[in-house]
Design a protein around this ligand. Structure first.
Ligand SMILES: [Zn+2]
Length: 340
């Protein structure tokens, strides 16, 4: 970061403040919180996190295995592997993302009625412990088994925003699903959990997973073939959701815009990001599906960049091809941005 931005940059700060206030009213209705902070991101790789599993095995049941998933990518993977042999439903509704999910009594009942609860882990579902405690305290039959899809994954360092808001543990970035290779590792964890909980269908689950894993490998091959040869893949995104994808395909994380509740935009970090964008000759800034892009558009105007969009898949409903479809849309946006 450059702690001494030019006078020209400071001249635009009142405009940024106004845009920020307009944007916030809309953003409050979307996934994350209110105010805004800019930072220049790094892509470090600390050691993998510890993973825990809670709950007891499901008792004898009638009918299909009941699987609850936390959000869209997990739902997509789980429905693909279940193939209709298990009942798979998604906890977060279409307009709520995992960063700001608010528990309701209905959620507690859904959890208590499930045999398995599959989560992304790495701190993304920061409300998990409270939800499990409430489910355990209800009068339903028992807690489900929690399946944590961050188990065994190499997690990347997380810069200030999420650690500061307490939504993830310091040193971990939870956005593992946006790397197709890590997504494939996550599906292996889902397969093992389904087979263990529902042995009569173990072979069918394995067959479904083989097909789905081949799809993920094809997706990885498409990303690699498309992105790796492109030059100057300097990435600026709305929030710090792409360090795993960036590391996989040779993109450089220049910076991101993120949000802190109840805080104003820090001018020095705003100026630092603008300086970083100029230094790296960033041509495209990526807004995010479901978020107000006004500030990003203004930064683009000041730096001569244009605005595109990436989908973090934190909002929406999963189905067997949702993850694959949305990742291919992301690939198209990245290819268009980085093609000279
Ligand atoms: Zn996120």
């Amino acid at each position: 970061m450059n702690p001494r931005p030019t006078p020209q940059i400071f001249a635009f700060l009142p405009m940024f403040q106004l845009i920020f206030l307009r944007s916030r009213r809309r953003v409050l209705r979307s996934v994350m919180g209110a105010a805004l902070v800019l930072l220049v991101a790094s892509c470090e790789k600390p050691p993998a996190s510890a993973v825990s599993e809670a709950g007891a095995p499901p008792t004898a049941r009638s009918g299909k295995l009941k699987v609850l998933t936390s959000f869209l990518p997990v739902q997509s993977h789980a429905t693909a592997i279940a193939g209709g042999l298990a009942s798979v439903s998604q906890l977060l509704t279409a307009d709520t993302g995992p960063h700001d999910f608010q528990l309701t009594p209905a959620d507690v009942k859904r959890l208590a009625d499930a045999d398995l609860f599959i989560v992304n882990g790495a701190g993304l579902e920061s409300w998990l412990e409270e939800l499990m405690a409430k489910a355990a305290g209800s009068d339903h039959r028992q807690r489900p088994i929690v399946v944590d899809l961050s188990e065994g994954l190499q997690l990347t360092g997380n810069p200030a925003p999420f650690a500061a808001t307490g939504t993830v543990e310091a040193g971990q970035n939870p956005h593992t699903w946006l790397d197709p290779v890590l997504a494939s590792q996550q599906t292996a964890i889902i397969l093992a959990a389904l087979q263990k909980a529902d042995p009569p269908n173990a072979d069918a689950y394995r067959a479904h997973a083989a097909i789905y894993t081949a799809e993920l490998e094809a997706l990885d091959a498409e990303f690699r073939a498309t992105l790796v040869p492109l030059p100057n893949k300097n990435l600026v995104t709305f929030h710090d959701a792409f360090p795993y994808l960036a590391a996989r395909y040779g993109l450089t994380c220049i910076g991101c815009i993120s949000e802190f509740p109840e805080k104003d935009p820090p001018p020095q970090q705003l100026a630092a990001l603008i300086e970083a964008i100029r230094r790296a000759h960033v041509g495209v800034l990526f807004a995010e599906t479901g978020y107000a892009p006004d500030l990003l558009k203004e930064i683009a105007r000041q730096t001569g960049a244009r605005v595109s969009e990436l989908d973090t898949m934190e909002v929406g409903t999963g189905h067997p091809t949702a993850y694959l479809d949305r990742m291919r849309q992301n690939l198209a946006a990245l290819e268009a941005a980085f093609t000279p």
